[in-house]
Design a protein around this ligand. Structure first.
Ligand code: AMP
Ligand code: MN
Ligand code: MN
Ligand code: MN
Length: 279
């Protein structure tokens, strides 16, 4: 089995349509796939259909943005119902907040003399409702303001940067509760990627996630270091957490591994997909 339970499509900030993402996953040899767009499951029905046609097992998913103190965390919800009316309604509201933030980010770019950022980002997104910092990064990159995507986040888009606009995401507790209520399994995404000031803060993050009802963590992720993969395998062992894995692939603009090409899970851990009937 080659598994990827964290990928993006152009329903959020991924470059490819759901069908094209599935085709790429197939090319890379993926046999079990989840599409986990930011704060929406709108790409899942089309991805699920394409996966079925390609003979790839599929779990619908989402990557929820939540707040934990001053830090934005991402929680993957595996098994979310993309057509569940309460899911659709909630993500419609979140998309409205995203659209409002996009406008404010455009104003922040204007204020520092980078005009046309909003229009540029919007031209690279599916709609104002899915506008992400990634789309602003793509504009900065393609217009030559920055040399690579990382620079776009370091200089402009990252927390505290001149174009950073805080988003009114739900709390960790509320987000996890929502996922559980809708029958989705909450998995802490790329735990090694958050900028936490001290070592103990990572332990506190895991404590808070579990207290909220979280069930597992991404042990190996294309968006965290190999060192973090090794560390979080130990955390999963020590705390008896379900283990998930995903490339977090968005596009070839970033140096992340292609779908399914992140390091595999250590074989002694309990993979989250056993709960979905896959072995
Ligand atoms: P948003 O949800 O619109 O605030 O955008 C967050 C997205 O930006 C993440 O999901 C990543 O895809 C991307 N991102 C955040 N930080 C970085 C970074 N340092 N380098 C590259 N992409 C990043
Ligand atoms: Mn993203
Ligand atoms: Mn993420
Ligand atoms: Mn992601």
């Amino acid at each position: 089995m080659k598994v990827d339970l964290h990928t993006h499509t152009n329903a959020s900030d991924g470059a490819l349509s759901p069908e094209a993402l599935v085709a790429l996953a197939r090319e890379s040899g993926v046999t079990l796939l989840s599409v986990t767009d930011h704060d929406t499951a709108a790409g899942c029905p089309r991805a699920q259909k394409a996966a079925k046609e390609a003979g790839i097992a599929f779990i619908p998913g989402v990557e929820l943005s939540v707040r934990w103190g001053g830090t934005v965390l991402h929680v993957v919800g595996l098994g979310i119902g993309p057509e569940d009316p309460l899911v659709v309604e909630r993500f419609r509201e979140t998309a409205r907040l995203r659209a409002e933030r996009g406008v404010k980010m455009g104003e922040a770019f204007e204020a520092i003399g980078l005009s046309g950022a909003y229009e540029g980002a919007l031209a690279r997104a599916d709609s104002p409702l899915t506008l992400s910092r990634t789309h602003f990064a793509a504009w900065l990159l393609e217009t030559g303001v920055v040399k690579n995507q990382q620079q776009a986040f370091d200089r402009y888009l990252g927390e505290g940067g001149p174009a950073y606009v805080e988003a009114p995401w739900p709390s960790l507790e509320e987000g996890v509760r929502f996922l559980l209520e809708r029958g989705a399994l909450p998995i802490l995404a790329h735990p090694g990627r958050y900028r936490l000031r001290r070592g103990w803060e990572a332990d506190a993050m895991i404590d808070a996630f579990l207290a909220a009802g979280g069930k597992g963590i991404e042990v190996t992720s294309g968006s965290q270091s190999e060192e973090a993969n090794v560390h979080y395998a130990q955390v999963a062992r020590g705390r008896k957490l379900l283990a998930s894995t995903g490339s977090d692939w968005h596009s070839d603009r970033s140096p992340r591994p292609r779908p399914g090409c992140q390091p595999p899970l250590p074989p002694d851990l309990t993979p989250v997909w056993t709960l979905f009937g896959f072995s």
